[in-house]
Design a protein around this ligand. Structure first.
Ligand SMILES: C[S@@+](CC[C@H](N)C(=O)[O-])C[C@H]1O[C@@H](n2cnc3c(N)ncnc32)[C@H](O)[C@@H]1O
Length: 296
């Protein structure tokens, strides 16, 4: 072993990883250094994955979906909440943001997805094929049936990443929201399927989401994390539509999950629109909530 390759110890528990900083050998959560860990705890997260960014693999095929997550963003989440050889479950896999992000994170991690719509699964597989990436297991079914599958029932997971639809609010395009995001019209439903959470009114939506969260967390190891993406909608005369708070109150305690905090993700790929201009204030919501729960 050359002098440069020799492990440089720092005090009792530290290993000097050069520019990356010091890795603490007591770290049970991930393989990050102290400075990388602290950077991730910033409550605001600003990213801009342009359609051509290297980590936005296969967007050309994935953009048939109304809200694909950037695999690079998921890679950072996977790297923070897991170590190498971990298993990750995504009950709303879409066109595979979590599966691709896990592949980008490497370290022999495995992600398993469930997705209702075959067309999204096909787009994920096409992305892997064209980009020559490993195809992770993805089941075509309603997540309520997840325990019917051995690959889920007989596995224990180190992380769950759930990016569910936002109840049927997503289907209601509002004035001015005709613009395109990632090639799809805002307000496009994921499917016509009656089992799709995106086609349920809020109370039924929250009930079904709770059931799916409970099933998924029954396969999550103790002390491990459950991540949930969501966003709010424009307030209206019936409701302030603060969906992220409804979801936190609705699933806190379900399956032993405890709410631990959130990161607000500002997606720089979103454009600003003059919704209420020049008459009234209408918010441009260009952020999403990344809600963090821990099974304790
Ligand atoms: C916000 S999208 C997830 C996008 C995904 N993170 C990606 O990067 O492509 C939500 C997905 O959940 C799927 N879905 C809705 N209800 C479902 C259910 N009951 N079981 C499984 N998937 C469902 C929808 O078809 C949609 O693709």
């Amino acid at each position: 072993m050359s002098e440069n390759n020799r492990i440089k110890r720092v005090k009792k528990y530290g290993i000097d990883l050069g520019e990356r900083g010091i890795y603490d050998t007591r770290n049970k959560l991930n393989e990050l250094t102290g400075k990388e860990w602290v950077y991730f705890t910033n409550s605001i997260w600003i990213t801009g994955y342009s359609p051509t960014a290297k980590e936005n693999v296969g967007l050309k095929y994935r953009k048939i979906h109304p809200s694909p997550k950037p695999p690079g963003l998921i890679k950072d989440i996977v790297n923070f909440f897991t170590k190498s050889n971990s298993k990750i479950l995504d009950p709303f896999a879409g066109v595979g943001g979590t599966l691709l992000g896990t592949a980008l994170a490497g370290g022999d991690r495995l992600a398993i997805g469930i997705e209702l719509e075959q067309k999204y699964i096909d787009a994920y597989k096409k992305t892997c094929f064209v980009e020559q990436m490993e195809i992770m297991p993805i089941i075509a079914d309603d997540s309520l049936n997840m325990l019917n599958y051995e690959i889920i029932r007989d596995n224990e997971f180190d992380l769950i990443i759930a990016d569910p639809p936002y109840s049927d609010m997503m289907n209601k395009a509002r004035t001015g929201q005709k613009a395109k995001l990632y090639g799809q019209k805002v307000g496009t439903p994921y499917s016509e399927n009656k089992n799709d959470l995106g086609n349920l009114p809020k109370e039924q939506y929250l009930q079904k989401l709770r059931e799916i969260v409970e099933l998924a967390s029954s396969r999550l190891k103790k002390d491990k994390y459950f991540i949930l993406f969501c966003k709010d909608f424009q307030p209206d005369s019936n409701s302030p539509n603060i969906l992220h708070a409804d979801i936190i109150y609705s699933i806190n305690g379900v399956g032993g999950l405890q709410y631990k905090g959130m990161r607000i993700w500002h997606d720089q790929a979103m454009s600003l629109y003059p919704f209420g201009y020049p008459y009234s204030f209408v918010m441009n919501q260009i952020h999403q909530y990344i809600l963090i729960f821990r099974k304790g």
